[in-house]
Write a protein of this length. Structure first.
Length: 267
């Protein structure tokens, strides 16, 4: 039985499991404890494998990093954000961060566990995003990785579907490893984040942007653009997120809270 699965099953059998604190609270005060049933190392390794497949497919289709200037713009913004991740966890600046730009009409961006990211050209071009708005969306995605929301959701899947994990163990090491990879892909591309996870990512995202010298209020204009692009409802990317009115109110409040950090970074 793979080590990650043995740990998960042992945790499922235990009672009173302690919660994990993945990040420092930061100026925005995100400090919720999280239940983790699988190790960060195993989830991150699975994420790297899944990411390599996505990037290879995009390269084969000719949709990977087609505009050098656009890629440089995105990477410059992301590098400034990553430089601020140490305010939330000391190990994060040394992660194997990576971001690529995929040519697609989709209004989408994501970050896998461990810091493997992509943003789609449809999001940048259709919404005419400013640098600060790109910082808002990528700061949000980076926050998901810092808080290990992907690992948390994998743990929740294991907890609610223990039979799947047990069945994977019976199939042997290779199949169980594929099972974990499949779960990582699901939580990245298919399964929605919880409202709590989205709020946490919004709040940490505005702080990362502010510390990196990007106006945190751009998170509000980004959301407004996304909502307008969705017509009667937000794009699928945001379809399970908090309601627009509540989200904008929360973003306004927390952007204001971190304005001193933005003003300090500008100086």
């Amino acid at each position: 039985m793979p080590k990650w699965l043995a740990i998960a099953l042992a945790a499922l059998a235990a009672t009173g499991c302690a919660s994990t604190r993945t990040t420092q609270g930061g100026a925005v005060g995100v400090d919720r404890g999280q239940m983790m049933l699988v190790s960060a190392r195993q989830v991150n390794q699975a994420a790297e494998r899944e990411y390599a497949q996505v990037i290879a497919q995009a390269r084969q289709k000719g949709t990977l990093n087609r505009d050098a200037a656009q890629v440089e713009r995105v990477r410059t913004i992301v590098n400034r954000l990553v430089a601020q991740t140490g305010h939330f966890r000391s190990d994060a600046p040394a992660w194997r961060w990576e971001v690529n730009v995929i040519t697609s009409d989709q209004l989408n961006a994501w970050c896998m566990p461990g810091g493997k990211m992509a943003i789609y050209t449809g999001l940048i071009d259709k919404l005419k995003l400013t640098d600060a708005e790109i910082a808002a969306i990528m700061g949000h995605e980076i926050a998901h990785a810092l808080r290990e929301h992907g690992r948390e959701r994998v743990s929740q899947q294991l907890a609610t579907n223990a039979a799947v994990a047990i069945g994977a163990a019976a199939l042997g090491l290779g199949q169980a490893g594929a099972e974990l990879g499949s779960l990582v892909a699901q939580v990245t591309f298919t399964l929605p984040n919880s409202r709590t996870a989205e709020i946490e990512a919004d709040r940490i995202g505005v702080e990362l942007a502010a510390r990196a010298g990007y106006d945190p209020r751009a998170a509000v204009s980004l959301w407004q653009k996304m909502t307008q692009a969705g017509g009667s409802g937000p794009p699928q990317f945001l379809s399970t997120h908090p309601s627009p009115a509540n989200r904008i109110k929360d973003l306004e409040q927390y952007a204001e809270r971190v304005m001193p950090l933005y003003e300090s970074a500008r100086r």
